[in-house]
Ligand binder design. Structure first.
Ligand code: PLP
Length: 390
């Protein structure tokens, strides 16, 4: 079945939809039982896709969990109040005091802060590794290495990791692999087929797709699902039924939205490559990207998020560029229908295990669903402002 068709069918079992098209929106804390034996039965199953207690989810949550599993290929899916909670939830489910974690150097900045602050305080040591390390990850393993965390493409700098090579090594040593798969959404790559044990989505981004809900998911393969599930329950992680419902609605249009994000982003990326002010465009679908071959092997497409590096640019010039945009709003998150821009003056400051080869400022774009000609006009005007600023 094509991914686009799966997006329409996923999580829409009759038991969740009844006579409607969409799964029921069921808000609940208490679940009430008719008989003692039903209550006992539900207790034994502990909410494994049967209603037991609100924190374990209702049919709305089960429908979303099933949909994500159908799309990503996991055995089970836990829901979290946001993507950052899915990251912390997955890490804390498999790490304890005295353990060692290998973390990709190009990881989403708040994940890095989690390692350096919270995990460190719990006695979990983090070693950062070069996103291009591939099978070379073997040289960093220690007897107490319990988890390898991946994110590909890398946050801001979009390095492509050799996910299957790293997962191969991890499997030999019984080390759990956790992938932040947010960039790919549930449809641009197959994390479990690549050997990943846990796949995380900040559903806040493309799944919800409208910049109005915070939500996270972590899916696990058969081997790791019981521990992830129980741990996330013990930690009290849960999400509202309304947010799960909104995420399900977002899934239905994910493929057509992504197609437009992808097409417009490639148009903008190619246009930027011709600009004299631009040092390089960091977009893995461009043949000039160093990770392009692996990207073509592992991903079926791209989205609206990429970065570019200016040859040079003072703080004032970058300000002139990103202020006064008509369509690109200045702000974090991404994956909604709108275009966004952020700037990072010195990326090297955010890296400890890899050398960043560029000295100019980095601008990250999220290409939204506006007409691409309007976005190009916005960027043309931004370059004019930059060039008029000293
Ligand atoms: C946004 C993001 C997160 C965090 O998600 P929130 O829902 O904002 O907490 C985690 N990882 C990546 C790659 C992200 O882009």
């Amino acid at each position: 079945m094509h991914k686009n068709t799966k997006l329409i069918d996923a999580g829409r079992a009759k038991k969740y939809t009844g006579y409607a098209v969409n799964p029921h929106l069921v808000r609940a804390s208490t679940i009430v039982f008719d008989t003692f034996s039903e209550l006992k039965q539900a207790t034994l199953q502990r909410g494994n896709r049967v209603p037991f207690y609100g924190r374990r989810g209702t049919d709305t949550h089960f429908a979303l969990q099933e949909a994500i599993c159908e799309l990503e290929g996991g055995a089970g899916c836990a829901l979290y109040p946001c993507g950052a909670a899915a990251v912390s939830g997955a890490l804390l489910a498999f790490l304890q005091s005295g353990d060692h974690l290998l973390m990709v150097d190009s990881v989403y900045e708040p994940t890095r802060a989690l390692c350096d602050k919270l995990l460190k305080g719990l006695g979990i040591e983090t070693t950062y590794y070069d996103p291009q390390i591939g099978a070379g990850i073997a040289t960093l393993l220690r007897p107490n290495t319990k988890a390898i965390f991946l994110e590909s493409p890398g946050s801001l700098s979009l390095e492509i990791q050799d996910i299957p090579a790293i997962c191969d090594i991890a499997r030999q040593y019984n080390i759990v692999t956790i992938l932040d798969n947010t960039w790919a959404s549930p449809i641009l790559c197959q994390p479990f087929a690549m050997g990943v044990d846990i796949s995380i989505q900040a559903a806040t981004k493309y799944i919800v797709g409208h910049s109005d809900v915070m939500l996270g998911t972590a899916s696990a393969n058969e081997q790791h699902w019981p521990r992830l599930r129980e741990h996330s329950y013990l930690m009290g992680y849960c999400a509202s039924a309304d947010d799960a419902y909104t995420a399900l609605r977002g899934l239905r249009t994910l493929a057509v939205r992504l197609q437009q994000h992808q097409q417009s982003a490639l148009t903008v990326a190619n246009w930027l490559q011709q600009r004299p002010e631009v040092e390089t465009v960091l977009h893995p679908a461009l043949p000039t990207h160093p990770g392009h071959a692996i990207f073509r092997r592992d991903f079926s497409g791209s989205n609206g998020l990429f970065s570019f590096v200016l040859k040079q640019g003072s703080q004032q010039q970058v300000e002139a560029f990103i202020e006064g945009m008509a369509h690109f709003k200045m702000g974090f998150s991404w994956g909604g229908f709108e275009s966004l821009i952020t700037a990072t003056m010195q990326l090297q400051k955010l890296r400890t295990a890899s050398r960043w080869p560029y000295s100019g400022p980095l601008l990250r774009l999220h290409i939204g669903l506006e007409h691409v000609d309007d976005l190009l006009a916005d960027l043309t005007a931004a370059f004019e402002r930059l060039n008029q600023t000293k």
